[in-house]
Design a protein around this ligand. Structure first.
Ligand code: APR
Length: 228
């Protein structure tokens, strides 16, 4: 089977990375408009740089959880393609081989001028004003609010070919990613894993598992490895 997995912040919650829409409405003590928009970058690039330095530092000390590891083990029997809204590298570190990052990657910087010029920085802190070898300023490789999502076309194409879609830990509030659940072929099963979701999605074929990623995914993966 071709299994497509759409993941969001809840996927990494049990690894110790906070989700975005926590009850205080802040992302790691910052308003999203202050750290995750092009306007924020123009207004105060030092603050934005510092914020992503902190995110990178945090990423260096957390680990993939049982959910990430389960998705890796699903590859033994199925073709698994992960489409993630997360900018962490926990799917990579769990060993998953096919991963599309819709919203960028923390461990990379990009040229402010050339979207596709990417530079690996790992978990290092960087200073605002550092330049790429071509001489342009570098910025975080993050798709900020209000920016286009270049990988969405590829993600749509992949989702349209899925035999099953698993959606884990996303509030499905941010588009275009949230629209992917409407791209599957008719009658394709969709499994939604989220401990807090109320059953308010009006789409047939959705099976809701009200549990966390690290609890629910190992059980679901076991079932998929034994049944199909
Ligand atoms: N396991 C599974 N799901 C969980 C867990 C968990 N342990 N803990 C929380 N969740 C769920 C929450 O109930 C919520 O529905 O994960 C979801 C997280 O939602 P958001 O914080 O809105 O994250 P996400 O959907 O990934 O946000 C999308 O918005 O801020 C931008 O670019 C950013 O990629 C991000 C995008």
């Amino acid at each position: 089977m071709k299994i497509v997995v759409l993941t969001g912040a809840g996927m990494s919650a049990e690894s110790g990375i906070k989700t975005f829409r926590d009850s205080d409405g802040l992302w790691e003590n910052h308003r999203i408009e202050d750290v995750a928009t092009p306007e924020a970058w123009h207004r105060n690039p030092e603050l934005v740089t510092l914020f992503y330095n902190q995110r990178r530092e945090q990423l260096s000390v957390v680990k993939p959880n049982e959910g990430h590891l389960a998705l890796k083990s699903l590859e033994v029997k199925h073709e698994v393609i992960i489409i993630t809204q997360n900018v962490d590298d926990l799917h990579e570190r769990a060993g998953s081989t096919q991963i599309i990052h819709l919203h960028g990657e923390l461990t990379k910087l990009r040229s402010v001028k050339f979207e596709t010029d990417l530079y690996d920085v790992g978990y290092k802190s960087v200073k605002h004003g550092e330049k790429c070898p071509k001489g342009t300023i570098l910025r975080p490789f993050i798709v900020w609010f209000g920016e286009s999502v270049p990988m969405i076309e590829k993600a749509v194409e992949i989702t349209q070919k899925a035999d099953m879609l698993i959606v884990v830990g996303t509030s499905l509030e941010v588009y275009p990613a949230a629209g992917l659940i409407h791209e599957v072929k008719p009658n394709t099963p969709i499994v939604l894993i989220d401990p807090n979701r109320h059953d308010n999605i009006h789409q047939k074929n959705i099976h809701l598992i009200k549990d966390t990623a690290a609890n629910a995914l190992p059980k679901l993966v076991n079932k998929l490895l034994n049944e199909h």
